[in-house]
Design a protein around this ligand. Structure first.
Ligand SMILES: C[S@@+](CC[C@H](N)C(=O)[O-])C[C@H]1O[C@@H](n2cnc3c(N)ncnc32)[C@H](O)[C@@H]1O
Length: 212
């Protein structure tokens, strides 16, 4: 049987190239809150492993992907045993994420670790009223530079000290967030050797902050 991480990579590679799942601009979509461009699963996996092995990230703490797109980072986190939630504003992407998680459970990439997708605005208090978690309960929050300032502000305002903020970015400029401290700046390269799809990055910065 194939290793679940290899299946996860292959699954998203197939759907992002399949015309059935592609949008008008390719595997990229303008949404009412920003733009969907997927993270490299391989790069984020490297970052998660580094942070878990270094005991910077607690894999038992609930994880939130703020703006979860096609659900790949929620799926990745869950496949590594991290209970994960994703919030996405775009109806079509929410449906795709949910279907992806169902398919990945059938493929045994996901097991009993929670993986939940919700439609809504991650910056609106009302979104967390219908969620089974308040924003402050997420021990790690992830964002791929899309309304990332709002996420930083929310962590500074609502999260307990020690909450991690993982920001994936193609930008050399290091963001600063009042009330958060930059712990680490990783520059990582996708090691899979696959063809990169559309606007996906094959190398990226992953910056880790914590609530001071
Ligand atoms: C750059 S994509 C990243 C997708 C996914 N997190 C990943 O890394 O593969 C950003 C996504 O965030 C969503 N988004 C941006 N602002 C949002 C908001 N305030 N509430 C919900 N979703 C939002 C966009 O619709 C888009 O799908």
């Amino acid at each position: 049987m194939q290793d679940p991480q290899t299946t996860l990579n292959a699954y998203y590679e197939v759907i992002s190239k399949d015309p059935k799942y592609r949008f008008e601009m390719g595997y990229v979509k303008e949404t009412n809150t920003g733009v969907f461009i997927p993270s490299s699963i391989d790069i984020v996996r490297q970052a998660f492993r580094h942070l878990i092995e270094g005991e910077i990230m607690d894999p038992l703490q609930p994880f939130l992907d703020a703006g979860c797109g096609d659900g790949r980072i929620v799926a990745l986190a869950t496949s590594l045993g991290i209970p994960a939630w994703g919030i996405e504003s775009d109806e079509e992407l929410v449906a795709l994420s949910k279907q992806n998680l169902i398919n990945l459970r059938k493929l045994a990439v996901l097991n009993s670790t929670p993986a939940r997708i919700h439609r809504g605005n991650f910056a609106a208090a009302a979104t967390y009223q219908i969620l089974d978690k308040s924003f402050s309960e997420f021990g790690t929050v992830y964002n791929y530079t899309n309304n990332h300032e709002q996420v930083g502000e929310m962590i500074a305002r609502h999260s307990p000290p020690g909450t991690l903020y993982i920001l994936y970015s193609g930008d050399e400029q290091t963001e600063e967030f009042p009330g958060l401290t930059l712990l680490e700046e990783l520059f990582l390269v996708d090691q899979t050797g696959r063809d990169i799809v559309d606007l996906e990055l094959d190398q990226a910065f992953v910056r880790i902050y914590d609530k001071t």
